[in-house]
Design a protein around this ligand. Structure first.
Ligand code: ACO
Length: 364
């Protein structure tokens, strides 16, 4: 039997920080509201394109695995925020890595994109199509944010992470997964102004209006992630006590707490970093996984539970068995170019570039 072990991991966070206090300088909001409703204190704003964040994370993940890019057979890029409609993002990372033997594909299921990508790559390794894969979760939300809407502007941040998967006959990597989608609720989160349906409009693509029903998403997210956790544990005949660490999607601390409670996971078994990064969509779970490793929270042979949800409303949970190595084989010298601006200055630049789109037609 072939499995797909996670052998490398790397993250890349842009250095510019946008605090809750910064948001209060141009929105009717404050630190107390944001912290008490979401658990967030600050998030990162990128000064480089999403492909750059992903490339640095990818180099770090490959170094951690000790895998030469020339040996890579597949690049999977999970994101909602592509540089361009075509070519895809994965081919850009492939070229910069010099991974000439690899296939390259993008996956877009919003915040669950990394985990859906993990499923895709695992399946291709387990079926023998490829022997290894690089799976990226990266997001550059700041240019598409509706910065005038306090309901959403306080929630998101930019970032990237990546893992390397390699074929093994040991029972490691994804042991069970459940994928789902509440498509009847797809109008709960829409970004008007991104995508080809806006090509004939007078507004510039990128001048977005976010349609967002936070309370509906909240309730559905708790229900769907809890159900998916139960499902994957039942598939392997495991109980919550068998899980060593839950590494959930970081959209709201209250959602994480509710899911953990329902999944029977005590707080010490749940990894949380939402206070520093906010919701980085496709990047949250993979960055949290990297930080759990850095902090020694993932032990050799650990059983991990990774639940997530995103626009669509897609949802999933993955049960992962970690291998014996919890430290990187090597490190990479890849770095982002320096940034001299603050998070607030970067957001002000984005705001100045937008002409302001109001009154998108109702979606059909
Ligand atoms: N600052 C101050 N007040 C605010 C803010 C803000 N940033 N945003 C909303 N409010 C106000 C509202 O206008 C409302 O005022 P009102 O009572 O006078 O009408 C009040 O605060 C309460 O708003 P609620 O929507 O009831 O607040 P709630 O407790 O539900 O929290 C939140 C809102 C944080 C958005 C929550 O519903 C949530 O986390 N939802 C899910 C998160 C989510 O959807 N994340 C993205 C999902 S998809 C993905 O991950 C890609």
């Amino acid at each position: 039997m072939t499995y797909a072990a996670i052998t490398g991991w790397g993250k890349c966070l842009p250095p510019a920080v946008l605090t809750n206090q910064d948001l209060g300088t141009f929105l009717d909001t404050d630190d107390e509201w944001i912290r008490s409703r979401t658990g967030m204190r600050e998030r990162r704003i990128s000064h480089v394109p999403v492909g750059e964040l992903a490339y640095v994370a990818a180099r770090r993940a490959l170094a951690a695995a000790g895998l030469d890019p020339g040996e890579l057979e597949l690049v999977v890029f999970g994101t909602t925020t592509h540089d361009e409609q075509a070519p895809n993002m994965a081919s850009g990372v492939q070229r910069r890595l010099g991974a000439w033997r690899a296939g390259a594909m993008d996956v877009n299921t919003a915040c669950t994109s990394f985990l859906y990508g993990l499923s895709s790559a695992t399946a291709l390794i387990r079926s023998g199509v490829v022997k290894n894969a690089l799976v990226i979760g990266a997001e550059l939300i700041s240019p598409f944010m509706d910065w005038k809407n306090r309901n959403v502007a306080v929630l998101f941040g930019d970032g990237a992470g990546a893992v390397v998967l390699q074929a093994t006959d040991r029972e490691e990597g994804v042991l069970a997964e459940k994928l789902g989608c509440d498509a009847e609720a797809r109008d709960s989160l829409r970004i008007h102004g991104m995508g080809t349906r806006y090509a004939d409009m007078t507004h510039r693509i990128g001048d977005t209006t976010w349609i967002f029903d936070g309370q509906d998403i909240f309730k559905r997210a708790v229900k769907a992630m809890s159900g998916a956790c139960e499902d994957v544990l039942a598939r392997r005949r495991l109980t919550p006590a068998d899980v060593d660490l839950v590494v959930p999607h970081q959209a709201n601390l209250r959602i994480i707490d509710a899911v953990a409670k329902r999944a029977g996971a005590p707080p010490e078994k749940v990894f949380v970093n939402i206070e520093r990064y906010g919701n980085m969509s496709a990047a949250t779970v993979v960055v949290a996984l990297c930080e759990a490793l850095e902090e020694g929270r993932v032990k050799p042979g650990a059983t991990l539970l990774l639940p997530a949800f995103g626009a669509g409303l897609t949802w999933c949970a993955h049960l992962v068995r970690w291998g014996s190595r919890v430290t990187p084989v090597g490190t990479s010298d890849a770095e982002l170019p320096p940034c001299s601006r603050t998070g607030l200055e970067l957001v002000q630049e984005i705001l100045a570039r937008k002409v302001g789109a109001i009154g998108w037609p109702d979606p059909t």
